[in-house]
Design a protein around this ligand. Structure first.
Ligand SMILES: C[S@@+](CC[C@H](N)C(=O)[O-])C[C@H]1O[C@@H](n2cnc3c(N)ncnc32)[C@H](O)[C@@H]1O
Length: 211
């Protein structure tokens, strides 16, 4: 019976139906804070062009992107970095319960992570909670324009240091925070989803952070 339930729930992840996996409290945040499953599927096809690709989700929330990715692209590995411990605990519990071995979660600020360990990056506008009171997640959300700028600057510099060919997918994120060295190759979902590939030939002098 337990095994049957586990199988049913893993199938629900494959179908993009997370109702059975997350609690109602977590699902209540879904519309605004977790990437929709059809967006995840499209993104995985772009980021995982090679077997053994290593993908990082910056601000991985309760692990929806990484868990879906690990199930749908079993030859790639997915790494979630998330600043809220309770979300990381939820992600790790699901990963362990369903034995999703190619997903990993770490409870850190993204700025502590070396991006050069990865060849693909996913980013769903994680710093919006710092400037928008409608994007507040919980009591840990801190409204601070300074913090917002610092996070964006850090992200910009980390992305800009990654090697040529790095793939980046952003969802609901403003282009101005993405280095010019990343060229848009495609967009979708009413331009909310954007795909970029890094090209080091681009003139860096127009960047907002590096002059
Ligand atoms: C919009 S949610 C996206 C969740 C997940 N990527 C997804 O698509 O389902 C953004 C997440 O980023 C996390 N976050 C915000 N600032 C962060 C930071 N500086 N370092 C790590 N995580 C951060 C928040 O706690 C939140 O869970």
């Amino acid at each position: 019976m337990i095994i049957e339930n586990l199988k049913k729930q893993k199938q629900s992840i494959l179908n993009g139906d997370f109702e059975l996996v997350y609690s109602t409290e977590i699902m209540a945040l879904s519309n605004q804070h977790w990437t929709p499953s059809d967006v995840i599927k499209e993104t995985l096809n772009f980021l995982c062009i090679k077997e053994n690709s290593k993908i990082i989700d910056i601000g991985s929330g309760v692990g929806k992107f990484c868990i879906s990715g690990a199930v749908l692209k079993p030859k790639c590995s997915f790494y979630g970095v998330e600043c809220r411990e309770k979300f990381v605990d939820i992600s790790i519990k699901i990963k362990d319960d369903y034995r999703i071995d190619n997903s990993y979660f770490i409870n850190r600020d993204f700025s502590a992570i070396d991006f050069n360990n990865f060849n693909g990056v996913y980013f769903f506008n994680s710093f919006q909670e710092n400037i928008d009171d409608k994007a507040v997640i919980d009591e840990l959300s801190q409204l601070s324009y300074d913090l917002y700028c610092r996070h964006n600057q850090n992200l910009y510099l980390k992305l800009n240091n990654m090697p040529e060919g790095t793939r980046l997918a952003t969802y609901q994120t403003n282009d101005i925070f993405i280095p010019n060295s990343y060229k848009i190759t495609e967009n979708g979902f009413e331009t909310k989803l954007k795909f970029y590939v890094k090209n080091n030939d681009v003139d860096k002098n127009t960047s907002i952070y590096e002059n």
